[in-house]
Design a protein around this ligand. Structure first.
Ligand code: OTU
Length: 665
């Protein structure tokens, strides 16, 4: 009612028109209360859905029919939402900060590599409970093409589970089991492209005009060449260029837009039929019990000649339209934008100015991830500190995912501007990081490999597990050759420092499968023709349950890592300081090795300190004061240890402190 009064006259008319046209049908299919709830929600999100859709497709002659078809899809999605999920929607609407709380702890896994089938994953949930996981990202779950499939990111059927993992029924059972434990389920929605074996692609290939329009295809090189002038290459090493010639497509063959691998065909979102198909897939997945949709490769959804075809304004309109429509259907479901882009671009995915709260709720903080790895290599906090100072602040209702490693490579995506600001030459610094993390730099502790080395530009990204990049692999090898075990200790400290930093930030911290046990690089991918060309498989090892069996023994590496992580997690989840609602502050200290950031909240302030150096360090005693703490200070991680030594705040080698105290905001 009230929302209707807020609408512009034009939107109100459009809404009334919709209501008149569909009232009868909705009343026939819905229970009266459901119909009321439906109209209330539609009223609430009508403008948010209509304006981006008008901007995207309003000029078309068939705009009205397209609008009706999208509306039908919303009605169907709402009708097929199962009762337990509707209850969850209600609960989440009453708890809008459900994904922003201190107890949100994420875990990311490949089902095959973690356990086997989906029901095997279900059998392992007690393990995740030990880590207090409340958010589980299961990758590669939907049916991919056979053979090479980019780790599951080339989907053949969005409405089927990969056969070797089980069935849709197993997925629903797993989602239910997770829900009972208070764990929300995130899966990938690969919306930029389908596998070339997808039914749509097959029909496009056969020349069906309706489906040809689902993809971006060209009869000759004219347009592809024009686009290539400004397009970067995402996988230059293995899949150069952005177009693939398909000789048997339509009559005489066509060039297909393939940003990633040649078997991943980019979808054409300028076609509203594609928009609608993907909406219906979103509903379908949400109604199986998925809570978080990870919008894979979001920046690439819209192409424009003369640009790099990323982060185009239409991408945000698409996300905004999906966001509003899904709120009508399944308000308990949230979006996570997978956009590994510079901070200012990233903010667009969360929403700025008038679009705040209307786009994705979650986004990856890639900058923090690369900057802490840079900090570990240089032993200096300056880059991470400068970046935190400049980072745009996230607004209420959205939060960042913090992570140390994920299934992808590490690309040194800090901005040139940031590197120049701390006095580093951008090219030289990236070169240094590549040398350091592949072990080429003298004295490096890291064991990584290049990903997508581009001989033309000298650019490369890095593959490797957290443990191997943080020195555990090298330390173990050295100790077997009679070397010093102190190196092992340092590697463990580095891993716990990195995790302590991401757990010390607000938002959702993500543990990448196996990091809790220090799983090392898995070079066996080189023996599999399917994987051999893609070094990201180096850091996608199979879960080592034998190592896991040592996790409760504090005298083992696994026990130290797992126990250390559990302690950090238990501290975080039981203290309100880590809730996303708070004022973030980056601090410069008087010691270049120490990273310092704070959060101010009405119920107490938190000051996180991390030492990037292997040597003990100290910082000035008034740092908590600069973080707004007025009274006494306590360390959540070591309540009984004195904080000051010789009048300064002391940190051990790779030490971490979570200091708290009262103060004004
Ligand atoms: C994503 O990554 C996935 O995470 C990858 O595993 C897939 O291969 C890829 O999409 C294709 O589906 O470029 O190097 O800004 O960084 O979408 C990985 C977003 C990637 C891109 C990201 C992409």
């Amino acid at each position: 009612m009230h929302n209707l009064l807020q609408m512009s006259a034009e939107n109100r008319t459009a809404f009334e028109r919709f209501r008149e046209r569909h009232a009868h049908r909705v009343a026939k299919r819905f229970e009266p209360l459901d119909a009321d709830v439906f109209w209330l929600r539609l009223e609430r999100w009508f403008e948010d859905a209509r304006s981006p859709l008008l901007a995207l497709y309003g000029e078309r002659l068939d705009a009205t029919e397209q609008g009706d078809a999208i509306f039908d899809c919303v009605v169907d999605g709402y009708l097929s939402r199962p009762a337990p999920l509707r209850l969850l929607d209600l609960e989440r609407q009453m708890t809008p900060d459900w994904f922003e709380r201190s107890n949100m702890i994420g875990y990311v896994l490949y089902p095959q590599r973690f356990a086997g089938t989906l029901s095997d994953v279900q059998d392992r949930l007690d393990y995740l409970d030990e880590l207090h996981i409340s958010y589980l990202h299961i990758m590669s779950l939907l049916k991919p093409r056979p053979g090479k499939n980019d780790g599951g990111y080339a989907i053949m059927d969005y409405r089927a589970v990969a056969p070797e993992l089980g069935t849709l029924e197993d997925l629903r059972a797993l989602a239910t089991a997770l829900r009972e434990r208070g764990i929300s389920l995130c899966i990938d929605l690969v919306l930029n492209h389908t596998a070339r074996e997808h039914d749509w692609a097959r029909r496009a290939r056969a020349g069906e005009p309706e489906y040809l329009d689902y993809y971006l295809t060209f009869p000759d090189r004219e347009l592809p060449d024009a686009f290539e002038q400004t397009l970067p290459e995402i996988f230059p090493d293995e899949a150069p260029g952005n177009f693939t010639f398909v000789p048997d497509m339509a009559a005489g063959g066509r060039w297909v837009w393939t940003t990633f691998y040649e078997y991943q065909w980019d979808l054409n979102y300028a076609n509203p039929a594609v928009f609608r198909e993907m909406l219906s897939i979103m509903c379908f997945l949400a109604n199986q019990g998925v809570d978080v949709l990870r919008l894979d490769a979001a920046p690439f959804l819209w192409k424009r000649q003369g640009t790099n075809c990323q982060n185009q304004p239409e991408v945000h309109l698409l996300i905004q339209a999906y966001r509003a429509l899904m709120r009508i259907i399944a308000p308990g479901v949230i979006f996570k934008a997978e956009a590994i882009v510079p901070p200012d671009d990233l903010l667009q995915y969360i929403g700025v100015k008038a679009s705040v709260g209307k786009r994705s709720e979650l986004a990856y903080n890639n900058q923090f991830m690369v900057n802490i790895w840079s900090g570990l290599a240089t032993r200096k906090a300056s880059l991470a500190t400068a970046a935190m100072h400049m980072a745009p602040r996230l607004l209420l209702g959205s939060c960042a995912l913090h992570y140390v490693r994920c299934h992808d490579d590490i690309g040194w995506a800090m901005t040139d501007q940031m590197l120049l600001q701390i006095g580093e030459d951008p090219h030289a610094h990236r070169q240094f990081l590549n040398d350091f993390y592949t072990g080429r730099f003298p004295g490096s502790f890291a064991r990584g490999e290049f990903f997508q080395f581009n001989p033309r530009t000298g650019d490369a990204r890095i593959s490797g597990t957290t443990a191997s990049l943080a020195g555990l692999e090298q330390a173990l090898e050295n100790s077997m050759q009679g070397g010093d075990t102190a190196e092992i200790d340092l590697a463990i400290r580095r891993i716990l420092l990195l995790y302590g930093l991401i757990l010390g930030r607000a938002g959702i911290p993500l543990i990448y499968m196996g990091d809790e046990l220090g799983l090392l690089n898995d070079p066996s991918y080189k023996d599999h023709p399917e994987y051999a060309q893609d070094s990201r498989w180096l850091h996608r090892p199979v879960m080592d349950w034998h190592k896991a069996s040592r996790r409760h023994d504090p005298n083992t590496i696994e026990g130290r890592l797992f126990g250390g992580l559990v302690k950090l997690i238990e501290t975080r989840r039981t203290h309100p300081h880590f809730h996303n609602f708070g004022l973030f502050q980056a601090l410069w200290s008087d010691n270049p090795h120490i990273l310092a950031f704070a959060r101010r909240r009405h119920d107490g302030h938190l000051l996180v300190l991390g030492n990037f150096s292997e040597h003990p360090q100290s910082v000035q005693p008034d740092l908590p004061h600069h973080a707004g703490i007025d009274g006494p200070v306590a360390d959540l991680l070591a309540p009984n240890d004195p904080i000051l030594h010789a009048g300064r705040i002391h940190l051990q080698s790779y030490g971490l402190r979570w200091l708290v105290g009262e103060g004004s905001i």
